[in-house]
Ligand binder design. Structure first.
Ligand code: CTP
Length: 406
């Protein structure tokens, strides 16, 4: 009974699928969870608050301005109470309007205020007409929320209330329950004592004020690690090279551009960290002297770039470890395990994550990854292709075990 004793806050917004959420609330209660329900006014046009108060066995919260019944006059900070009470907030069905409001930080009703204030995991289960769901505005809002660390449960495809067929149906109650159980399992605050420093993304080395040497790293793997660790209660600092990704919730982010900048930030922040995960694709070379002005094209001439090596940040950390857990990544195109093992030893790491372009060529920018963990004794654990968020959690499990042994 993974949900026994957990506090689940259910947010219901306006949509025909609101009726299904009654069954969902009943299942949550049956599974031993404590359930409270917040409804929007639009939701109450589809299902009455009485339905949800009967099923959850508690009054339904709707009004941001309702006065405290016990004290009479005082306006309670109900949104804070509810937001901190919850172990998990599930918004189902999540309407296009509520999704848009949350994506843009609006707070014009009790549910959006609670969502903005909630420090714990939030699941959104979009359900609407297929055209609304597929509209690029809705898709963009969902992508934005996913990057920030909200969990989006994709809608099912089938007959919709409008008569259309397509994606937009609220998934069945069993699927909602399975999704909730998975997130609750990953949201145990088991990493509360971990102070984690993660790096992510590429570094850029200037050729001139306009051009640079970079690489194809999207930063998604490092951001997923920061996100998963924060959800498990760790204190997380993320040093990020240039990416377009949103900062995950409850993560402190430091933006850098060059390897030199990343090195400075990492060495400073590493002093406080109990574990460092270097997921960044750090440039190995930089132009010796970046041109102060834009290099102009001259007929028949091809400028030669003279490069020099950048400092190896991870190797520097390996030399001054002081009980920290150090994790590196190795991106290899051939002989992956052998090369990764060499790096593990050379850089004095506890664990290395091998990304093999041979077995997973589409890793750049992808939402999934296929990696092998290699430990100090040379032991390899090969994972199947998984969402980067799940890879992140498996990696954090290993870091947790390494720290417990210290
Ligand atoms: N790394 C680093 N500083 C660098 C280069 C790499 O901290 N200047 C880190 C990366 O973040 C990664 C690990 O070292 O965690 C391995 O990086 P990789 O580029 O694969 O290894 P290199 O040692 O640079 O070897 P090669 O480029 O020959 O594969």
């Amino acid at each position: 009974m993974p949900l026994r004793g957990t506090h689940i806050l259910v947010g219901v917004t306006g949509g025909i699928a609101a009726y299904k959420v009654g069954y969902f609330v009943r299942e949550l209660v049956r599974a031993g969870a404590q359930v409270r329900v917040v409804m929007t006014e639009a939701a109450a046009r589809f299902v009455t608050p009485l339905t949800f108060s009967s099923l959850s066995k508690h009054p339904v919260a709707m009004d941001l301005w309702a006065s405290d019944q016990a004290s009479g006059a005082r306006l309670t900070a109900r949104h804070i109470d509810l937001a901190t009470w919850a172990d998990l907030l599930v918004i189902a069905p999540a309407s296009a309007n509520t999704i848009a409001k949350i994506a843009h930080g609006r707070s014009d009703n009790l549910l959006t205020v609670v969502t903005l204030a909630c420090p714990r995991p939030v699941i959104l289960a979009p359900a609407m007409d297929a055209d609304m769901y597929l509209n690029s505005a809705t898709q963009r809002n969902l992508a934005l929320l996913q990057e920030r660390g909200y969990h989006i449960m994709p809608p099912a495809t089938g007959d919709l209330a409008s008569g259309l067929k397509g994606p937009g149906r609220l998934p069945e109650v069993e699927q909602l329950m399975a999704f909730v159980e998975r997130i609750i399992a990953g949201a145990q605050q088991d990493l509360k004592r971990l102070r984690l420093l993660v790096t992510a993304g590429p570094t850029y080395e200037a050729i001139d004020p306009v051009r640079f040497i970079g690489n194809r790293s999207s930063g998604k793997m490092g951001f997923a690690i920061a996100n998963a660790a924060a959800q498990r209660g760790a204190t997380v600092t993320l040093v990020a090279g240039p990416t377009h990704l949103e900062t995950p919730r409850n993560v402190r982010r430091i933006d850098v551009e060059s390897t030199e900048e990343m090195k400075r930030a990492v060495l400073k922040e590493a002093r406080r960290a109990t574990a460092v995960i270097m997921a960044a694709a750090v440039a190995d070379y930089r132009p010796v002297r970046p041109a102060p002005q834009k290099i102009k094209k001259r007929k028949g001439e091809v400028p030669a770039l003279t490069l020099r090596q950048t400092p190896d940040i991870l190797a520097t950390l390996g030399k001054q470890k002081r009980g920290k857990v150090l994790v590196g990544f190795a991106l290899e195109t051939e002989n992956g395990r052998a090369h990764a093992r060499e790096k593990l030893v050379e850089k004095n790491l506890d664990l290395i994550v091998l990304n093999s372009l041979a077995t997973h060529p589409g890793v750049f920018g992808s939402d999934t990854n296929r990696v092998t963990f290699i430990g100090r004794r040379g032991n390899a654990e090969e994972l199947p292709e998984l969402p980067k968020f799940d890879v992140a959690n498996r990696l954090l499990d290993r870091v947790h075990t390494l720290l417990k042994r210290r």
